[in-house]
Design a protein around this ligand. Structure first.
Ligand SMILES: [Fe+2]
Ligand SMILES: [Fe+2]
Length: 197
C-alpha cells in the first residue's frame, strides 16, 4: 500500500490538493477491494461453534446458500452471507456491525432486515433466556416487518443443519468482490464513483 506518491502534511488542516490526489490514488483501489477484507473477516467465524451444531461460518454460508437457491438477487444473498459477521466484534449488538458494513451498498430494506434480524430471530429463542420472544412486535406494521420475518423463517432460522448441502465460501467470493466495488450511498461517493468511470 506504500507505493506511489504520499501526502506531505503532518496536520490535516495544512493539506493540499496535491496531498489529496496522492491519497486518493491509493485510497480508491483500496476501497474498491473491500470485499477481500470482508471475506477475510468472515473467515474468523470458521471453527467458532459457540455451542451450536455448526460453526458460525457454516451458518453464514448455509443462510446465503438457502437464499441463493430460493432465487434471491445477489445483494440479498450477500446480506444473508454477512448477516452474522459482527459476531466476532459485537457480542452484544452483532446485527449493528453487519448493518454498518453493508449500509453503503444495499437498499434501505436490506439494511433494515440485517439491522433488525437479531430481534426477529429472538422469536425462536428469547423465551429460553428469560427474554421477551415477542420483542419484534414493536415493529409490527413497519414496511419491512414481513420481509425481515421472512428472512428469519426461510434462511437464518433453518441454517443450523449440519446435513444441509451448503455451498463453500469460494462460491460466494466473486459476488462479494463485485458487491463491495462501488457504494450506492456514502458521503465519499462522488470521489469513488468519479474514478470508476
Ligand atoms: Fe444473527
Ligand atoms: Fe444467523
Amino acid at each position: 500500500m506504500s507505493e506511489g506518491a504520499s501526502a506531505t502534511f503532518h496536520d490535516m488542516s495544512q493539506s493540499t490538493q496535491q496531498d489529496w490526489d496522492a491519497i486518493m490514488s491509493q485510497n480508491i483501489p483500496f476501497a474498491r477491494n473491500g470485499g477481500r477484507r470482508v471475506l477475510d473477516h468472515l473467515k474468523l467465524l470458521n471453527g467458532d461453534f459457540g455451542g451450536f451444531a455448526i460453526d458460525r461460518l457454516q451458518h453464514s454460508l448455509q443462510t446465503a446458500t438457502r437464499a441463493y437457491r430460493d432465487g434471491r438477487p445477489e445483494d440479498y444473498v450477500v446480506m444473508a452471507l454477512l448477516h452474522d459477521i459482527g459476531d466476532t466484534l459485537g457480542a452484544y449488538n452483532h446485527p449493528d456491525i453487519a448493518a454498518a458494513i453493508l449500509k453503503p451498498f444495499v437498499s434501505e430494506e436490506l439494511h433494515w432486515i440485517v439491522e433488525h434480524h437479531g430481534i426477529f430471530q429472538g422469536y425462536n429463542f428469547f423465551h429460553f433466556l428469560g427474554l421477551d420472544r415477542n420483542m419484534r412486535d414493536k415493529f409490527r406494521g413497519h414496511q419491512y416487518y414481513e420481509a425481515t420475518a421472512e428472512f428469519i423463517d426461510k434462511y437464518d432460522c433453518p441454517a443450523f443443519d449440519p446435513n444441509y448441502d451448503t455451498a463453500p465460501l469460494e462460491f460466494f467470493e466473486p459476488m462479494v468482490m463485485k458487491f463491495f466495488e462501488y457504494p450506492k450511498n456514502s458521503i465519499y461517493k462522488r470521489e469513488t464513483v468519479t474514478e470508476a468511470a
